[in-house]
Design a protein around this ligand. Structure first.
Ligand code: ATP
Ligand code: MG
Length: 461
């Protein structure tokens, strides 16, 4: 899409050819209303047709600043259920747009992971419009509209950025739960490329934040002053790296400097968010570039000082970690799916972990000690920390083909993958280890089925 996007790069004077809400809205709503879920059936379609006739008048035009408008037809690439959600909202007089990552991905020609909707409708209004929906979140309530195959269309009411107290040096956002208007919702987002809204009815991208020029320039830029935006929410620094790596975009010098300047603020971010973003970097299919950027900017010193110290002590020509990460990226791309989280964290830390375990009498204990500070700093969940410890401790036996009873555990295929990534990265022969042993392997770690206790009848007692 990027190649063709430039065709549409022209500025349209505000509110000239962009039809005002309500002017043609009711004429263009027909298409969407008939594409209802198969599962929900004809009864639903009939009710919706009835809805349409009773639909309240459309809202007056948006207030606030006018966006720059780029006519682009993304219709064919949009998930039909997401389109359905937007159309029903609009039909009922609300503003509704596709927003965030899906618009960005469509514009750069990548298939979006999911489709998010932003609307002027309040959560309860959205809930009322979609029987197949549920309100989630206590502090910030948004609505999940549910479709077959586990598909969720996240539908959020426009929010605006919270106001900072005058003279408050602490910019960290703790509460961003204030409803707002579309332009405010665009402005509160992190990067210009993530602040674009797509209006399905008129097939135009609405740009209040300068996102389209940055898509064209392939640049990640914060909306507003980067050092303010990074101090408000330091996790955005990791997100910047994720988008640079995944989309193969660059950052401006100003943003780069702010990333370096604000990196220590990362230590104040919520730990589970930090760990989740680290996982996303590893899952991105571009983890080599992502981790390199983390190292170069000094973020790695804050996130995983154990790894950055290890790298600093390595001779210059030693590049095993980077080759391990290349191998992860290659497998991720081949499979069109990320590797297991345990594999990702284990291979990332494998070299310093091996070093920590070498020569230790109790390797599990040594791995435990090494990981302790990391688990604490990033809130690594037990489901990941525990198997990483076990696998790394057992790795030499696996590599020597002496895994014994371990081959019958559910963890063995994971351990094999870790060993094979490491071998491939070091240019060694694939590990000569026995394959996982059949059904036993699959069931060994599965929770044992509880036998239902036969209830004793009174007569038995
Ligand atoms: P991905 O493809 O990784 O899901 P995404 O851009 O969709 O990327 P999400 O975490 O799903 O990222 O967030 C959805 C949208 O919410 C973003 O595109 C962005 O507009 C906004 N957003 C997410 N995190 C932040 C943040 N920390 N600060 C401001 N806006 C954010
Ligand atoms: Mg997303």
């Amino acid at each position: 899409m990027l190649e063709t996007a430039s065709e549409y790069w022209f500025f349209m004077p505000p509110s000239s050819s962009y039809p005002e809400r309500g002017a043609e809205g009711s004429a263009s709503i027909d298409g969407g209303s008939r594409e209802l879920d198969d599962a929900e059936g004809a009864e639903r379609a009939a009710r919706d047709d009835a809805d349409r006739d009773d639909a309240p008048p459309l809202l007056p035009p948006r207030s606030g600043p006018e966006p720059i408008i780029y006519p682009i037809d993304l219709e064919d690439s949009i998930d039909p259920d997401a389109a359905k959600v937007v159309r029903r909202l609009v039909r009922h007089g609300y503003e509704g747009y596709l927003v965030g990552g899906c618009v960005r991905d469509l514009l750069v020609g990548r298939p979006p992971k999911d489709f998010d909707v932003a609307t002027s409708a309040r959560p309860d209004d959205v809930r009322r419009l979609f029987r197949n929906s549920r309100v989630i979140g206590r502090r910030f309530r948004l609505v999940h509209v549910l479709y077959g195959g586990g598909k969720v269309i996240e539908t959020a009411t426009f929010r605006r950025a919270p106001e900072q107290e005058q003279g408050d040096d602490d910019l960290l956002i703790r509460n961003d739960n204030v409803f707002g208007e579309a332009h405010q919702d665009a402005a509160r987002r992190d990067f210009t490329i993530n602040g674009l809204f797509y209006d399905l009815e008129h097939r135009v991208v609405l740009d209040w934040v300068g996102g389209m020029p940055d898509i064209e320039r392939r640049t990640v830029h914060t909306i507003g002053d980067p050092s303010v935006r990074f101090r408000e929410d330091p996790v955005r620094i990791l997100r910047a790296i994720k988008f640079c790596a995944r989309l193969d975009f660059g950052v401006s010098a100003e943003v780069y400097d702010a990333m370096v300047e604000c990196r220590t603020a990362l230590a104040r971010a919520a730990k589970p968010r930090l760990f989740e973003e680290l996982l996303r970097l590893m899952r991105s299919g571009a983890c080599h570039r992502a981790l390199w950027l983390c190292w170069e900017t000094g973020l790695l010193d804050v996130l995983l000082p154990e790894l950055s110290t290890f790298l600093a002590d390595q001779p210059e020509e030693e590049d095993t970690l980077w080759r391990v990460l290349d191998e992860v990226d290659q497998r991720t791309k081949e499979r069109h799916a990320p590797l297991d989280d345990v594999v990702l964290i284990a291979v990332l830390l494998l070299e310093p972990l091996r070093e920590a375990c070498n020569g230790a009498r109790d390797r599990v204990e040594a791995a435990y000690k090494f990981l302790e500070a990391i688990v604490d700093r990033l809130n690594v969940p037990r489901r990941i920390a525990e198997p990483v410890r076990r696998v790394v401790a057992l790795l030499p036996r696996i590599e020597a083909g002496r895994a014994g009873r371990f081959t019958r555990t559910g963890l063995y295929p994971i351990a094999l993958e870790i060993a094979s990534i490491y071998a491939a990265a070091r240019g060694q022969e694939p590990v000569d280890a026995p394959p996982p042993s059949g059904t036993a392997a699959a069931t060994a770690d599965a929770p044992t089925k509880r036998r239902r206790r036969r209830r004793r009848s009174r007569a038995d007692a």
